[in-house]
Write a protein that binds this ligand. Structure first.
Ligand code: DX5
Ligand code: ZN
Length: 227
């Protein structure tokens, strides 16, 4: 019987319209959600622009006056080491980097640690375990993308399921303790399968389950906890 870790529910703020992002973050803050997921993009590492350090600072201010939730920053930028200090100062608690975005990703993880923040590695659908396994002992959070990065609202690519299984087995076999999470395409069926069968505890939530639903955020979060 697999040990069940508590779910980590991570609303993807990219899904919110810029017009009312602050009010929506205030509503999210009052729920039982766990970690804000903030997508930074540079238009080079991925063919799109996402959020910026200013939105990160705004979310930090809102939650510091509210429930004091954790914030993660998903850096879809080339050479993220140039921006770690800025992102840390803006209030990210967990900083995810893509191994392909750096010549020496392990040095960037060390930089994140030196800022007193939690380290995160985020793998594209085609990034092999082999590429990151030596860095796993210094990684607190491992996120696997089940969609190609840069856009919200895409469908879960089924071949990525095997990578969750590998990262979960690797964690057990090597006595490591990183959190394992999904970014992209999280539906009820996917969340339930990955949580119960593949040792995945964290889920980035988008339009499929959390945003633009008939129920309010609190009811959605409760519903997802029960999947
Ligand atoms: C995609 C982003 C995700 C995105 C996921 O590049 O990293 O955070 O919001 O959205 P959904 O859950 O809609 O696929
Ligand atoms: Zn993301």
């Amino acid at each position: 019987m697999m040990e069940m870790r508590p779910k980590l529910l991570c609303p993807s703020i990219l899904n919110l319209a810029i017009d009312n992002i602050r009010e929506e973050v205030e509503k999210l803050d009052a729920t039982d959600m766990d970690i804000y997921h903030v997508d930074l993009m540079d238009g080079t590492f991925v063919p799109n622009f996402g959020m910026s350090v200013r939105e990160l600072e705004m979310i930090r201010r809102v939650t510091d006056r509210g429930a004091r939730k954790l914030i993660d920053c998903h850096m879809m930028v080339m050479n993220p080491h140039n921006y770690i200090e800025k992102v840390a100062q803006a209030g990210a608690d967990i900083i995810y980097i893509h191994p392909e975005s750096e010549l020496i990703p392990s040095a960037t993880l060390e930089l994140i640690q030196m800022q007193g923040k939690k380290t995160g590695l985020i793998l594209n659908p085609c990034t092999a375990l082999e590429r990151v396994k030596d860095m796993l002992p210094i990684t607190d959070y491992v996120m696997i993308m089940a969609v190609n990065p840069g856009f919200a609202g895409r469908e879960f690519m089924p071949y990525t399921r095997q990578k969750f299984i590998e990262l979960n087995s690797y964690r057990e076999e090597h006595g490591l303790d990183y959190h394992l999470l999904l970014d992209g395409g999280a539906t009820k069926e996917i969340i339930s399968d990955l949580y119960h069968n593949c040792g995945v505890e964290g889920f980035v939530l988008g339009k499929q389950e959390l945003f633009f639903q008939e129920e309010d955020y609190a009811a959605c979060i409760d519903r997802i906890r029960a999947y």
